[in-house]
Structures are given as C-alpha cells and as structure tokens.
Design a protein around this ligand. Sequence first.
Ligand SMILES: [Fe+2]
Ligand SMILES: [Fe+2]
Length: 182
Amino acid sequence: MEHMERVARLLGKWASALKLPEHEVVRWQAAGILHDALKNERPAVLRRTLVPDLEHLPDALLHGPAAARKLREEGVDDEDFLLAVAFHTLGHPDLGGLGRALVVADYIEPGRRDRKKWKKSRRSRMPQEFPLVLRDVVRARIQGTLARDRTLHQETVGLWNVLVAEAPWQEGLAGAREMAKR
Ligand SMILES: [Fe+2]
Ligand SMILES: [Fe+2]
C-alpha cells in the first residue's frame, strides 16, 4: 500500500532530521511499512485468529493489535515497536517516541484527502515542533470522534491526559529530540 510507504518516508525523514542513530532511522521506517500490514484482512479473521481478547474494539481498530500480535509471533520482541504498531490508530498513554511519531505520520501523510491545508502545515512543522504537532493531531482525532458521535476509547483519552500533563518540552529540535528518544 502506498500509504505505508508515505508514512515510512515521513518517519525516516523525521528520524534523520532529529539525528537519531541509523538503526533508529531504520526502526522508524519499519514501523511505517508494517503498521497497516493487516489492514486489508477481514475483521472476522483478525478477531478469530489474532485478537480474540479485543472484542470491545470495532472492526476498523483491529488491524493494529493484530499486526503487533503477528509480529510478536514471528519473533519481534521490541516492546515499544509492538506497542506503536498495536495502538497507532487508538493512541496509548505508554507510547514512546516512535509510537508518538507514527500517530502523527499516519494522520498527516500527504496522501490523505481530508483537511489538506491543515495537514500540510503540520508536515512543514515536523519534526522541529513534534510535541506541539502531536498534541494537535491527538486533539483533532478526538474532536473527529466526538463530531461523529463515536466511542472515545480509554487508550486515546489516556494518551491525551499524558500529553497535557507533561512538562513543557524545550522549543525547537531539542524538545523534539527529547520526545523522539523517550
Ligand atoms: Fe492503520
Ligand atoms: Fe496507516
């Protein structure tokens, strides 16, 4: 899917701009490439085989936890990476720098057709304003959920509460780097 390549490209670009070590750049790109690996699998299959314990989640949110489960079965033991993949749609209070960047990239990648101007301006502010853009994205997602009278999941609210409780990050690349290395 081209979407995953665009997400991977953004993540790689940001990780490089933040001067993360080369293995981290590759790790961030890998999260982009893999996060929607099971997006086209039928929800009934995901539910039955991979995430029978996540019955409360609607169909559209199953592909993240299912992909993480599959990667774990195949030997991936990088817990932050698995959490990032599992909760890229919902968000999660324990997301590290990679998971937070994936939430942002997934939402503002240039192939998305809605809110084009808003997303373009957020892309232009990444990664140097990572903490602020992340908060913009999580807020926008929550507002979208509310506007459509959909369920707000506790993982999403948990992420929001963590973000607003965090001490202000340093401005510019220093703060962005700090968040990226969480
Ligand atoms: Fe997804
Ligand atoms: Fe995605």
